[in-house]
Design a protein around this ligand. Structure first.
Ligand code: G4P
Length: 526
């Protein structure tokens, strides 16, 4: 117990993630409505990057600008303080999402019942698995025809490599959707297909009781009984600890658009989801209940206005209490800093805060002092781990197009990489700089920002690469041999770690066969 225990226990800091279009924005909005943080539907929509705008990244940046205020959405619900961390929907900004996942204590994954598990969901789940983040699945759009729910659960288990446990169960679907049986609360939640309508909810402990037929037609009642029997037989009983360990994902069914099943999800979520958890630093594990303040920067949001080159550094508080105007140590600089206008993000408004606790996210106005992964403490030298970079999917050489501005270009590249816009690899053979991204859009963003914020011009030159692999080995001799043999393909990342740039899947497989003592990693943390 510490003086902050009560504050910590009521915090729930999480992210909602999904493949684009599964319903993340809609669900977020409905949760905010329940929390009283917004009062009309549609308020969160400005945050959504529309599909039509994908080729127009300035538009996307503008929308991202708007979304600073909605990057973190905090509200109070039923005695809990909820922090939802928003993640960009556009997959070219997937790295942003991965980093945001390092700042949450749990995750809700939204799956479209008709589409099932999609590419982006798979990747996001990989990150959750790596970090053992507890996950709840919300199967959305039950008002539409979708996959058979048992098949869908099998698909989730297979594709996402996680065991599931349904805590609600749908009664039919699509036009005939009647509602769900809420296994967690032993209630029958009946559905009326009309937006914003509050669910009719009936206490129903024993679904064997013939009273069930008073609510749903006999064939459906019988089917529900059989389904629940099967569930109880096939899936293990729900155990909160297995969920908290990241070993099992409870599953809910509903329709975010119709506000159906959302309150049930939220009510279960606040009860079972973890409050801030201990965080691993390189030096030691930091417990949220410790008195001393610690936190790390997980995201930097640049202001796109060229006249004010300022950013907001988003800090996740890991322990203690953050106070406005107090002195904190910027560990990488070994320097004391004070923050006079830290912001919190209550009810979609940015406002200055005087204090914040473990689990909270604060925004610190920054003029280039922070990079992703930086640690702030009350004085201790700590470095938080767990901000992995993933092997990019696209690579290009970046070249200087204005010889008089080489210095500006280098500075710009360095700062943009610190912000986490993309990854930089320096080829050890020819010294050329290679930028790796997850999408074409980022190359455009970099070029534009270098010009407008640093007055530097760059040009891109093609390079054909398949993957960047971080390599390590206990076998020093083999490692040296490998580096010699592959010298043209060896690079350093911005932390100075060895990276092998494989130019094809075949070459990579051959390298793995020929050098069995070398480990090839596709993320920078292993
Ligand atoms: P995203 O943030 O995950 O990308 O998804 P978003 O919430 O924007 O939802 C994508 C589309 O799916 C939206 O339709 C939304 O209205 C719809 N949707 C969300 N939940 C449900 C649901 O439970 N049932 C049904 N039938 N549809 C749902 P859109 O036409 O793309 O956008 P809009 O014009 O309605 O805003």
């Amino acid at each position: 117990m510490s003086q902050y225990t009560e504050e910590i226990n009521k915090r729930r800091t999480f992210a909602i993630v999904s493949h684009p279009d599964a319903g993340k924005t809609t669900l977020t909005e409905k949760l905010l409505l329940f929390g009283g943080a917004i009062h009309v539907a549609g308020a969160v929509k400005s945050n959504k990057i529309k599909k039509t705008a994908t080729s127009d990244w300035m538009e996307i940046e503008k929308q991202r600008g708007i979304s600073v205020a909605t990057s973190v959405m905090a509200f109070d619900y039923s005695g809990y303080k909820i922090n939802i961390l928003d993640t960009p929907g556009h997959q070219d900004f997937a790295e942003d999402t991965f980093r945001t996942l390092t700042a949450v204590d749990s995750v809700i994954i939204v799956i479209d019942t008709a589409k099932g598990v999609e590419a982006q969901t798979r990747k996001l789940m990989e990150v959750c698995r790596m970090r053992k983040t507890p996950v709840i699945v919300f199967v959305n759009k039950m008002d539409r025809d979708g996959k058979d729910p048992f098949d869908l659960l099998d698909e989730i288990e297979e594709e996402l490599h996680i065991n599931v446990r349904p805590l609600s169960w749908p009664i039919d679907m699509g036009q005939k959707f009647k509602g769900v049986y809420n296994i967690f609360e032993e209630k029958l939640d009946l559905y009326t297909p009309s937006k914003q309508l509050v669910t009719e909810s009936v206490e129903f402990k024993d679904i064997q009781s013939p009273e069930l037929e008073n609510y749903i037609e006999p064939a459906l009642a019988q089917k529900l009984r059989e389904d629940i029997e099967l569930i109880e037989g096939v899936y293990p009983e729900f155990d909160v600890n297995t969920y908290l360990n990241g070993d099992i994902a409870p599953v809910f069914f509903g329709s975010a658009l119709n506000n159906f099943g959302v309150k049930e999800l939220l009510d279960c979520f606040v009860r079972i989801a973890p409050s801030p958890r201990p965080v691993q630093a390189i030096e030691r594990v930091v417990d949220p209940e410790e008195d001393a303040f610690t936190g790390f920067v997980f995201k930097i949001h640049a202001n796109m206005d060229p006249n004010h080159r300022s950013c907001i550094a988003f800090v996740k508080i890991c322990s203690g209490r953050f106070e406005r105007n107090a002195n904190y140590k910027h560990v990488r600089f070994n320097k004391q800093m004070r923050f006079s206008s830290p912001t919190a993000f209550m009810a979609q408004k940015k406002e200055t805060v005087d204090e914040a606790f473990a689990g909270d996210i604060i925004g610190l106005p920054d003029t280039g002092n922070f990079k992703i992964g930086d640690t702030l403490t009350s004085g201790e030298n700590l470095h938080f781990k767990g901000l992995p970079s993933f092997s990019p999917e696209m690579f290009k050489y970046i070249e200087n197009a204005d010889p008089l501005k080489a210095k500006q270009l280098n500075k710009g590249i360095e700062q943009l990489m610190d912000e986490g816009v993309a990854q930089l690899f320096t080829n050890q053979f020819n010294g050329r700089k290679i930028i790796g991204t997850v999408g074409q859009l980022q190359f455009e963003v970099i070029q534009y920002r270098l010009l407008h914020e640093y007055g530097a011009q760059c040009k891109w030159e093609p390079i054909s690469l398949y993957k960047a692999c971080w390599i390590e080995s206990d076998n020093k001799e083999m490692l040296e041999n490998f580096k010699k043999r592959k010298s043209q393909y060896m690079a350093l990342d911005k932390e100075g770690r060895d990276v092998y740039l494989a130019d094809s899947g075949y070459v990579l497989t051959m390298a793995q066969q020929d050098f069995p003592d070398i480990k090839f990693h596709f993320t920078s943390e292993f």
